[in-house]
Design a binder for this molecule. Structure first.
Ligand SMILES: Cc1cc2nc3c(=O)[nH]c(=O)nc-3n(C[C@H](O)[C@H](O)[C@H](O)COP(=O)(O)O)c2cc1C
Length: 192
């Protein structure tokens, strides 16, 4: 029997990614985000949502420069990613505290965090206020990946990345599981 449960934002699986941008003095800001997803193939684009009312420093920097990067952490980065999500750049030089390095991205004026093996370089193409959050759509203008996460066809294989997943209801981090099938093929057996 189904029962009503407390209303809550949820999406499964949800990623834990890190958005980064430069502030007006050229310092690198970075914060952890679970509100992040893909939203367009042409142009390739991602959507992130950052809490407007709670004054995230990374939001301010993204809105100023209109450019940002998204880093995909691996399970090995879990504690550092958690720290980037509980401390604010208004209080600390977070990347220095965790001893992480960064450099300017190739195609946008935003910092790429070197420890993360996959990074998206994004240019803001749309901004919308939705309730508590500012939704920012970024066109992906470049993707950088460490060779170790590429498969034999030179494509990113997220299994090799060992990505960090997040559950916003129980506030827990997860490791993702094993591949079980090929999408767009498993359902073919029902097609007439
Ligand atoms: C796992 C995790 C996921 C988070 N997801 C989001 C999110 O999607 N949107 C958001 O506004 N804040 C999110 N946060 C909180 C911010 O990362 C946090 O407020 C951070 O300190 C902001 O840093 P800043 O002020 O340096 O930008 C998340 C935190 C954690 C730990």
């Amino acid at each position: 029997m189904k029962v009503n449960v407390k209303k809550h934002t949820m999406m499964y699986p949800a990623p834990a990614v890190v958005a980064s941008a430069y502030d007006e003095e050229g310092r690198a800001d970075a914060c952890t985000l679970a509100f992040a997803t893909m939203c367009s193939h042409h142009p390739p684009a991602v959507m992130i949502a950052i809490n407007t009312t709670l004054k995230r420093k990374t939001l301010k920097s993204i809105l100023q420069t209109k450019e940002f990067c998204i880093g995909f952490p691996s399970v090995e980065h879990m504690a550092e990613v958690d720290y980037l999500g509980i401390e604010s750049g208004y209080n600390a030089d977070k990347l220095a505290e965790i001893d992480y390095s960064h450099h300017k991205a190739e195609k946008v004026n935003a910092p790429i965090i070197e420890e993360f093996k996959v990074s998206l370089e994004c240019r803001v193409i749309h901004i919308a206020e939705v309730g508590s959050h500012t939704q920012i759509t970024g066109e992906i203008v470049n993707v950088q990946a460490e060779e170790e996460v590429l498969n034999d066809k030179n494509k990113i294989d997220f299994k090799l990345l060992d990505p960090l997943a997040y559950d916003d209801i129980t506030h827990s981090y997860y490791r993702t599981g094993n591949k079980i099938a090929d999408a767009f093929k498993a359902g073919l057996k029902f097609k007439k």
